[in-house]
Write a protein that binds this ligand. Structure first.
Ligand SMILES: Nc1ncnc2c1ncn2[C@@H]1O[C@H](COP(=O)(O)OP(=O)(O)O)[C@@H](O)[C@H]1O
Ligand SMILES: [Mg+2]
Length: 358
């Protein structure tokens, strides 16, 4: 095992990508590593010759087809959804399968300026030689255009609208002017953008109409089916436990089921049977958080709990996920404990562990 904590998708899944490439007979858009059909198999799982391709995204195939089809056009792709709906995950895997490189990423923040989107300058070189290609520092976007790859923009709406709008020329003219050198970078075939943004966030800057028009929006939903969500969480927890060298006890799926029942009831603001209305906490309690809570519980169980995954080792993590607002959410959780969990015999351990903590 290598010392690197986490490899990019194209390295982790190099075998799968190579196997898909070997049997891929469908036409590829220029600059693509795989055909659109093979990209779908890579994301949704399937078979490539003798190699089994693991499912990366669990959910609606049509959504991913739309995403892949968009990338083959001149419009860019915007993955939209609440936090924890696998937007970044899908974006990474799409870039790995389409371009063989998922590392051309710009993390957009309120502090992101144009130099981080277009290009910057190496000031020592700039002073010594004046503006020149040698003094120019390319950004991931610049390199993606030059090499015909996908550039990922994480949390696009967190950066200022004026900076966002520098993307308009890139997307409409497929070029990036460099006025200082009286030159421009022209995008090579294969170049496109995948942006992610979440629609439940404070301090977001909506896209201008001009920019919005150049993106095709694909909304990634929270799984509406409980069995599907159990499958996603159990699968990802298994994979993460393996990469962290944590033992996965036999009762993981059982515990994931109980945990997701709590998550889904609080998220929906009513009990699973629809009989009791509940207050909703301020956080999203997403699938990704259920994964994090379970992995946290596994680690606790492995080091301090004798190995079995119990409500006692999960409860502190559940609390962290629910109590995003320490005052308001505490009231919500207390009410849930008293009106729902207290009456459920099979949740007695959760009730006890959580009431001790809140
Ligand atoms: N439908 C899904 N299929 C596969 N994995 C999922 C799904 N939903 C959530 N996940 C998991 O959730 C985790 C976090 O997702 P992430 O991409 O960081 O969320 P986002 O960027 O939408 O906030 C990833 O490890 C991913 O595997
Ligand atoms: Mg993300």
């Amino acid at each position: 095992m290598s010392d690197i904590q986490r490899q990019p998708a194209e390295v982790t899944y190099a075998d799968e990508i190579a196997a898909l490439k070997a049997v891929d007979t469908k036409p590829k858009p220029e600059g693509w590593v795989l055909s659109p059909q093979a990209v779908i198999t890579y994301l949704m799982g399937g078979q490539a010759g003798d190699t089994e391709i693991s499912a990366k995204y669990v959910g609606n195939r049509r959504l991913i087809e739309t995403a892949v089809a968009t990338l083959a056009t001149d419009r860019a792709l915007l993955l939209l959804g609440v936090p924890g709906t696998a937007k970044s995950w899908v974006s990474e895997h799409l870039a790995a399968a389409v371009s063989g490189n998922s590392t051309l990423v710009i993390q957009c923040t309120a502090g992101t300026d144009e130099n981080q989107v277009r290009y910057g300058w190496n000031y020592a070189q700039l002073l010594a030689k004046g503006p020149s290609r040698d003094a120019l520092v390319p950004t991931p976007l610049y390199r993606a255009m030059e090499t015909g790859k996908l550039c990922r923009l994480e949390e696009l709406t967190r950066m200022g609208s004026d900076v966002q709008d520098t993307l308009i020329t890139v997307l409409s003219e497929k070029m990036l002017p460099i006025p200082e050198l009286n030159e421009a970078v022209y995008a090579t075939r294969g170049f496109n953008l995948i942006a992610t943004a979440n629609d439940r966030d404070k301090g977001v800057n909506d896209l201008s109409a001009a920019l919005k028009r150049r993106f095709n929006v694909v909304v990634l939903p929270l799984p509406d089916d409980m069995d599907e969500e159990i499958a996603i969480v159990s699968k990802r927890v298994g994979e993460m436990a393996r990469s962290l060298d944590l033992p996965a006890p036999k009762n993981v799926t059982e515990e994931v089921k109980r945990l997701l029942a709590i998550f889904r009831e609080l998220r929906a603001g009513e009990t699973l049977d629809g009989k009791t209305t509940l207050k909703k906490p301020s956080g999203t309690l997403s699938t990704a958080e259920a994964i994090a809570v379970t992995v946290g519980g596994l680690s606790h169980a492995a080091f301090f709990g004798g190995g079995d995954l119990t409500a006692g080792s999960l409860a502190p993590n559940v609390l962290g996920a629910v109590l995003k607002d320490p005052v308001q959410d505490k009231v919500v959780l207390e009410e849930y404990l008293e009106t729902v969990l207290k009456k459920r015999r099979d949740y007695a351990d959760y009730y006890q562990a959580l009431t001790e903590l809140v």
